[in-house]
Every structure is written in C-alpha cells, then in structure tokens.
Design a protein around this ligand. Structure first.
Ligand code: NAD
Length: 519
C-alpha cells in the first residue's frame, strides 16, 4: 500500500521589491502550537499577579528596545514588506512606539475598578463595582500589511491587562514577527509571556483550535468568517478586524488641492494595502473634472520603486497573488466601460509592482464593490450629497469613510449618515495613529474594537461585584411570599413608577402598611 507523504510548505520571507527569498522557516505544527499555549498559560499565573504598574513598566521597556532598534526594524520592514522607508518609520515604528507608551501610561486608569451607583431605592444599601480581569492567554493572528504596528497595538493592551500572548504573524512577514519576539526578550519579559509562532493559515487554524481564552484576528473577510465558524464550536470570544472598501466623498465646497493630495495618499500609501485605504471616491459633479485632473497629475508624479531608495513614494505589493487581484479588478472595470486615466498596468520592474492607477468608473464594477487592496483609485462623479451617501453605504463593508468639505456642519451631517466604524472629515486613514481612537468596523468589516480604551477592554473580562452594606436589613423580596408580600410589592411598584404624585403617595402608604404586617 502506498504511504501518504504530507509535504508541509515552508514559510518564505521574500523581498517583494525583488522577489528574492530572504529566509525560510518551518511553520509551527499543531503540537507546537498547543505546547506554546500551555507555556503561555503557565506564565500567565505569575504575570497576572504583578500589579498593573509593573506590567506597564515591562511594556515601556519594549518601547525602549524598539526605539533603540528603530533603524534596523524600519529597514527590515522595508525589506520584508516592501514599504518605502518613510512609511516604515511613520506608519509602523512611530505608531508602535506611541501605542506601547499609551497603554503603559493609561493602563492603570483604564483598568481601575469602576463604581456602579444604584438608583433604585430597594438596593440603595448596596455598592456595586466593575472589576476588570485578564482573560488569560490571548491569541493574536495578524496580517502582512502593518506587520509591526498591528501586533503591538494588540499586544500592548493585552499585556498591560495581565494576559500573556501567543502571536501568529503573517506568513509573508515572519522575520518581523521574530523581531517582535526579540524586542520582548530584550525588554526582559519573563519567559512565556510573549510567544511568537511562525506559520501560515494552518498554524493560525491550530491556534484558533487551541486552549487560548480569546482571539484577536486581523485579516481578510473570508479568513475572518472561517475563524469565526471554528471559534463558535467552543464559544471562543473573538475580535475580528477585517477588510474594508472605504469611500471618500468630496463635496463641491471642498478644498480641492488638499482633497486631491489626500485622495492620492489615501489610495496609494503602502501601495494601497491598508485596510483603511481610499478604495472608492465619489466627487460632486460640478468639481469632478478639475478634482480628477489634480489627482491624475499628482499620481503621475509619484515615484515607484524599492523602499530603500529614499526617493520612492510607492513600493511593491506583498505577493504576486495581490497583483493578480488588482489586475482582475482593472480588467473587470475595463470590460464594464471604465476609463484608465493613469497607470493600469504592471511596470517593467522585477518585483511585485503595479502602477498607481486612476479609473473613471461606474458603481457596478468589482473595483467599487470588492476590496482591491492595491494601488487603484476609482473615481465616480455624483449629482448630490444624497447620491454620494447612498453609494457609499451600498456596500457589504463598513470600516471607515472620509468626507471632504469646508462646511463643518455638512461634514458632521454626512459623518452621521455614513455606515462605518469611523469617519474622518478632511483627512483619511490617519486616525489609526491616534491611540485614543477606537478602531473597528461594522457589517462585514468586523466585530469588536481595537486600540483606545475600548481596545483595552476587549482584553479583560468584566466582573461585577456587589456588596450589601447593611445585610441585617430585611430583604422584602425574600421568602415568605403571600398576599401581604404581594400587596407590599404592589405598593412599592406604585410608589416608584405611578404617573402622578398622589398615586405614588398612595402606593407608599399601601407598602408601609403591608411592610408592617409582613415583618
Ligand atoms: P489574510 O486573511 O489572508 O491573513 C491574515 C492572517 O490570517 C495571516 O496571519 C494568515 O496566516 C492567517 N490565516 C489565514 N488562514 C487562516 C485560517 N484558516 N485560520 C487562522 N488563521 C488564518 O489577510 P492578509 O492578506 O494578510 O491581510 C489583508 C487583509 O487584512 C485585508 O482584507 C485587509 O483589509 C485586512 N486588514 C484589516 C485591518 C483592520 O484593522 N480592519 C487591518 C489590516 C488588514
């Protein structure tokens, strides 16, 4: 009988600007995943015993280690994820440093027990409070597009809150994942508190299936759905930060110079591989021609190249499969009548590049409906604000959106009408760098929130503790029941809720008489 040999694909670190294989790793298998989670569980016992200030000091030491290695880390991000160096420094290292510091500084405040005052007379002699307790072991599965700032954005609150962490970085950025592990080691974190498992989707699947207490997943909608199905089997709590198709609305009164620069940056930063990228643009017809010309002109001036060349504005995509999706969306758009205003092809470069592309489109095209996650800016002229909002909301996604106008009340009105987890007025994407801002989507863009106080609260279980300050006081709702008890409670209800003062007074009389009889 022929034996079956299972060939496990190695995880490759590849420079997307050249296609060169930089390193190869064996993916962690299920047994290693289970053992790592067991180690994290063991480490969590002592980690939880530290007070929040001590844990915060460790997190600050990670920040210091990252700061010391900032140049090497930025260079690695450019090499393995293809980002221009400025984006590696600002969008990754700076955001990660800021996030680590933010949670270290605010953890104690956000985790302090919260008093819960009671308004009902019947329970006035009790004191309630909310206590925040760590889940235990948090699993983090992260994507390739922000391989440093996303994991740290989730690890920092997890650690401060008293959890240990098992991180599975993207299979496209394994070296950055291992750098995160090394930074935590350099910070002197106790063994087992931060664990990094290099691997692909099967490693991620094994982590979902392991004994972790909560999963924080960031990635695509299809993977998120698969994970949620698996997690449902054992009611594993999850946060899902998924894909987007973020609309940008440019009103007729917008500052078109600023809005066009914003649109070009929002669509092409990180070669369009940001969950918050401007993926579709609706512009008022009266200014559409001029606005589009500005966008096209600014896009033609972008320099495509390798991220280590300081003059590069736009780098490569992460893998050929991502270039293929971009090509498919552009081909579909052309078949449905789109105009290519600039770009629209792969350049003659060795890596996984696609030219920054602007398309004149209609709403039926894939490039307006599905996440492209590449350097394509489709522009559609609209007749009115209402039409812009209707198009923007006609999407399965709801991550973020932006509105560009000089009129703050219009900005506010449109922000309220848009179906999204966040709306920026006169900027795009950059709220992700605001530590105080919660991040997360609605509809298919996800469940739960990361970053901010709300992100920290995803890392804890809320326990309500209630203390009776005068336990000797009889509880009128305890046994024994009967006609008197019923009369008393009827009176109490009337006293609390009857619509007129007179009826409330009568209710209180009825209650007092019945109390006397019941006691
Ligand atoms: P992806 O879904 O292909 O992979 C994400 C991670 O999931 C990787 O680590 C991968 O190994 C792992 N994975 C794959 N299959 C798995 C499985 N069956 N079980 C468990 N883990 C599995 O996403 P990607 O291509 O790396 O990232 C791009 C996507 O992520 C885009 O859709 C983008 O919008 C989204 N994203 C969302 C946010 C956000 O905050 N909402 C941020 C960044 C990226």
């Amino acid at each position: 009988m022929a034996s079956t040999v299972s060939v496990v694909q190695r995880v490759q670190s590849v420079n997307p600007a050249t296609g060169e294989v930089l390193a190869e790793f064996d993916p962690a298998r299920p047994a290693e995943v289970q053992a790592t989670v067991a180690r994290a569980r063991e480490a969590s016992r002592a980690w939880q015993q530290l007070d929040v200030g001590e844990r915060a000091r460790y997190v600050l030491r990670i920040k210091e280690a990252l700061y010391r290695r900032r140049h090497e880390v930025a260079a690695l991000i450019t090499r393995e994820a293809g980002k221009p160096r400025v984006e590696a420094v600002v969008g990754e290292v700076m955001v990660a440093l800021d996030t680590l510091e933010y949670f270290a500084h605010h953890g104690a405040e956000f985790l302090a027990p919260q008093p819960v005052p009671h308004h009902n007379l019947a329970v006035r002699f009790k004191r309630g409070r909310l206590m925040y307790e760590p889940h235990g072991v948090i699993g983090i599965i992260s994507p390739s597009n922000y391989p440093l700032n996303i994991p740290f954005g989730e690890m920092a609150p997890a650690l401060v809150a008293g959890n240990t962490v098992v991180l599975k970085p993207s299979e496209f950025t394994p070296q950055i994942g291992l750098e995160i592990r090394d930074l935590c080691e350099a910070a002197g974190l106790p063994s087992g508190v931060v664990n990094v498992l290099v691997g692909d989707g099967s490693t991620g699947g094994a982590l979902v299936d392991s004994a972790i207490d909560k999963l924080i997943f960031t990635g695509s909608v299809p993977t998120g759905k698969r994970i949620q199905t698996l997690a449902a089997e054992r009611l594993l709590p999850t946060v899902l930060e998924l894909g987007g198709k973020d609309p940008m609305i440019v009103c007729a009164d917008a500052d078109l110079e600023t809005a066009s620069s914003g649109a070009v940056w929002g669509a092409f930063t990180n070669a369009g591989q940001a969950c918050l990228s401007v993926e579709r643009l609706y512009v008022a017809r009266s200014v559409a021609d001029h606005f589009t010309e500005l966008c096209v002109d600014k896009t033609r001036r972008l320099r495509l190249g390798t991220g280590d060349d300081p003059s590069t504005d736009v780098g490569p995509l992460i893998r050929p499969r991502q270039v293929a999706i971009v090509e498919d969306h552009v081909t579909d758009a052309l078949a449905k009548g789109a105009q290519v205003l600039t770009g629209g092809r792969r350049p003659d470069l060795p890596g996984f590049f696609y030219e920054p592309t602007i398309l004149g489109v209609n709403h039926s095209m894939k490039v307006m409906r599905q996440e492209t996650f590449g350097p394509v800016l489709p522009i559609l002229a609209v007749e009115s604000e209402e039409e812009a909002v209707a198009f923007a909301n006609d999407s399965e996604f709801g991550l973020s959106a932006s509105v560009w106008t000089r009129d703050s009340s219009r900005g506010d009105r449109l922000a309220r009408q848009l179906h999204a987890g966040a709306v920026m007025v006169n900027d795009c994407i950059s709220y992700f760098g605001v530590c105080e801002a919660p991040h997360g989507g609605i509809k298919a863009s996800g469940i739960g929130r990361s970053r901010s106080r709300l992100g920290l609260h995803e890392m804890v279980r809320v326990k309500y503790v209630d203390v009776d300050l005068v336990p000797q006081l009889p509880k009128l709702w305890w046994f024994k029941y009967g006609a008197k008890a019923k009369n008393m409670m009827d009176g109490f209800l009337e006293f609390l809720f009857a619509p007129t003062v007179t009826r409330r007074m009568l209710g209180s009389l009825k209650m007092i008489v019945s109390i006397g009889r019941k006691l």
